[in-house]
Design a binder for this molecule. Structure first.
Ligand SMILES: Nc1nc2c(ncn2[C@@H]2O[C@H](COP(=O)(O)OP(=O)(O)OP(=O)(O)O)[C@@H](O)[C@H]2O)c(=O)[nH]1
Ligand SMILES: [Mg+2]
Length: 367
């Protein structure tokens, strides 16, 4: 008989119709076989962004179990997988919430272990880890995916050495949390890594259990290169905030700019055309990177690509023309040396450029 608090199981889904029946069957059996869990006190919330028959599959499976099953179907899938998890956390009737994938890569038989680990209290999140003694990531579809996941985890731990100290697998999608301890309003979920978002934004007490990551039961993976870019953006923003991310991309752009001038002038290109070509290439490359990595989350509500590009491109060209003219003028007046004038004006231009991009280029479109 279940003595502890109830448990809400949150499953984000996108086109998982082929997995739902098996998922519900295995959760049902896992709850039945575990003395600490009880059907009556366990709910299953599917937060669905599908275009296949997943909601119908959930309805059919709900008829076959004593679990309280709900499907929240979203017409506007804001925040992707992470956004779906937050919707589930808000909708849950219990404070203890377990998050897992629908494709059975996260074995339902471990739900009871995660639940029992949370019961004595003293932890805010129980993480099912692929990288702690006894766990494994063999179910990841390819050696490449395993490599990316392993290197990504290492990088993450290096970037958040304190917040992630107690977590070996911040990219896992299988965890249990106490909703009362999570600042749901402070989360900015975008894409896949919602646990990372939680752990990086606030100080949480973490416990871990190993688990074997299985291979997908049926259906198609939604992991993609695009998700990888989402992830990169999430990491930059969590670590550096938007303005520092902007500076970081800008600094990389400056290096490219110098390298291009060197390359072109080594060839037969004159100094003036080389400088101009390098400057324009840098402006365009910077825009493309900033657009994805720094302002990616604002794009949806901003004007279209060409509208953003033209504003950014015009601003940068006008800005650099004025800046160069000002340097000449300052030097001519004897106010400062050319180096000093360039440094001062570049710093000023950086702030101005950031403000212009944040408030004008990515301004929300008027309805
Ligand atoms: N609600 C919602 N769920 C999603 C979205 N994208 C993925 N999911 C679900 O999140 C879970 C994890 O996605 P997967 O495609 O399995 O990602 P993965 O486990 O990294 O990749 P594989 O190893 O190839 O399965 C699955 O249950 C998906 O259905 C989304 O945009 N919205
Ligand atoms: Mg999966």
């Amino acid at each position: 008989m279940m003595a502890g608090p109830g448990l809400s199981i949150i499953v984000p889904t996108r086109n998982e119709a082929a997995n739902i029946a098996e998922l519900v069957r295995r959760i049902d059996r896992a709850v039945a076989c575990d003395a600490s869990l009880e059907h009556r006190a366990t709910e299953l919330i599917v937060v669905d962004d599908s275009t296949d028959g997943t909601p119908q599959a959930v309805a059919a499976a709900a008829a076959e179990t004593l679990l309280a099953v709900r499907c929240v179907h979203r017409e506007r899938p804001e925040g992707g997988l992470g956004g779906a998890v937050v919707v589930g956390l808000r909708a849950a009737v219990n404070d203890l919430c377990l998050v897992m994938d629908a494709d059975l890569q996260h074995p339902p038989e471990r739900i009871g272990d995660l639940y029992r680990r949370a019961l004595p209290g003293g932890v805010d999140v129980v993480v099912a880890s692929r990288y702690v003694g006894g766990g494994s990531a063999k179910g990841l579809a390819s050696a490449l995916r395993r490599g990316v996941s392993g290197v990504g985890t290492l990088l993450l731990k290096a970037m958040f050495p304190i917040r992630l100290a107690a977590c070996t697998d911040p990219m896992t999608g299988f965890f249990l949390c106490d909703r009362r301890r999570i600042d749901l309003d402070g989360l900015k979920p975008q894409g896949f890594k919602i646990l990372l978002e939680m752990l990086a934004r606030q100080r949480l007490r973490v416990a871990e259990l190993p688990f074997d990551f299985a291979s997908r039961h049926a259906g198609q993976s939604k992991a993609s290169f695009r998700q990888g870019l989402h992830f990169l953006r999430q990491m930059l923003q969590l670590r550096f905030g938007r303005m520092s991310g902007f500076a970081l991309v800008g600094a990389a752009g400056a290096v490219v700019n110098v390298a291009l001038v060197w390359l072109l002038t080594r060839g037969d290109v004159g100094v003036l055309p080389a400088t101009l070509i390098a400057a324009e290439v840098t402006i365009v490359a910077n825009f493309l990177l900033q657009d994805r990595l720094v302002f990616g989350d604002l794009r949806r509500h901003a004007r279209g690509f060409w509208g953003r590009f033209l504003r950014s491109f015009s601003f940068n060209n006008v800005e650099s023309s004025i800046r160069i003219a000002l340097v000449l003028w300052f030097v001519d007046r004897g106010w400062m040396s050319a180096t000093m004038a360039t440094a001062v004006l570049l710093a000023f231009a950086f702030v101005l450029r950031y403000v212009f991009h944040a408030l004008v280029v990515y301004a929300p479109k008027k309805r």
